[in-house]
Design a protein around this ligand. Sequence first.
Ligand code: PLP
Length: 391
Amino acid sequence: MPKPLNQDIIDLTPDRLLTFQRSVSGIDGLVSLTLGEPGFATPDVIKNATIASIQSNRSHYGDSQGEPALRQAVLDYMKDRYDLVYPSIDNVIVTVGVTEAMQSIFKTFLAPGDGLLIPDPAYGSYFSALSVAGGVAVPINTSKNAYKLTPALVEETLAQAEVPVKAILFNYPNNPTGVTYDKAELEELAACFKKLDLWVISDEIYSELTYGRDHYSMGNILPDQTVVVNGLSKSHAMTGYRLGFILGPQAIIKEMQKVHGPLVFAVPTFIQDGATAALKIPKEDLTFMVEAYQENRDYAKNFLEDLGFDLVTPEGAFYLFARLPEDMGNDGWDFAEKLAHEGKVSVIPGSAFSFFEEANPFLRFSYAADMAQLKEGLNRVAAYVAKVRAD
Ligand code: PLP
């Protein structure tokens, strides 16, 4: 039999995660608190603009860097929301979500075998996406510092890296911890990145979802060395539209377009038209979602703390990274699997987000679902914990 498969690809998803996903996926009546899937429908304005675009036959090949009207809307939006100013639409690439943006970025910055610093824990898909691009993760253990990245942690990790490192993938508000940064902290980190000559890939997909604080973009603080990545999946409840964007210095965007163009040719034009309408929605018309997530966060945090879980209060995104109660053991995989089978609620083991053993006793709960589903899921967690305690 011929051997057409690339072993590197076969090895990508860690066995334990695959086994866990398979074991949990067929369970009847499961309530899921796993995905970062907004508990809202896409706003009507966006749906109507997308439908109108299809009906007016906007169904031909588009500009592979993104429709000019959308790139202009991205510039206007970033200026309005974060006072982030770029000179022209040539500073923007429209992507198939942040997911595809990462491939274009990794391929632009990293030669095979190059390292990428990743504050850990991190969005799990980064790790496999990076392997697909031929890069090597150089994780920074932030669990030592309540999940906050510091210049000292960056320098310490870099000094021990066994591969050449060109860039850092910095995500805030963070998935899975919800940790974010104020302006002074970002300035301190930016000074460190500058000193170390690191490109910064700043994944700010949760920038609109902060609770009681403003978001500052790294693009403002270190413009010459940063590519900002953002998108509409979370802020506008548009995960299925697959729409993201990259902003950065024109010279680097020009190089990146050489990767992005052949990879996607163009994001569907009618999706781009829907996105253009989305970016024009006033901030006030979307705050109802942020308010609901904050309510969910407060409810879930108190609920889990009452059960004995230990967690850092998330200030953004829609996840809780919680340590198992002392009497529930130290194995997040085992707990999550039994919770799914016996308690009928699914969460993700902390180790799926980390290279370090400190994550083993953790679980990630998503509170993006609507309140009714969240309450049902948490009640099931409580019932399962009570059962284990009674046994
Ligand atoms: N980046 C982070 C940190 C995420 O948590 C997610 C999704 O959960 C993504 C990127 C994926 O974004 P997109 O839907 O734009 O591909």
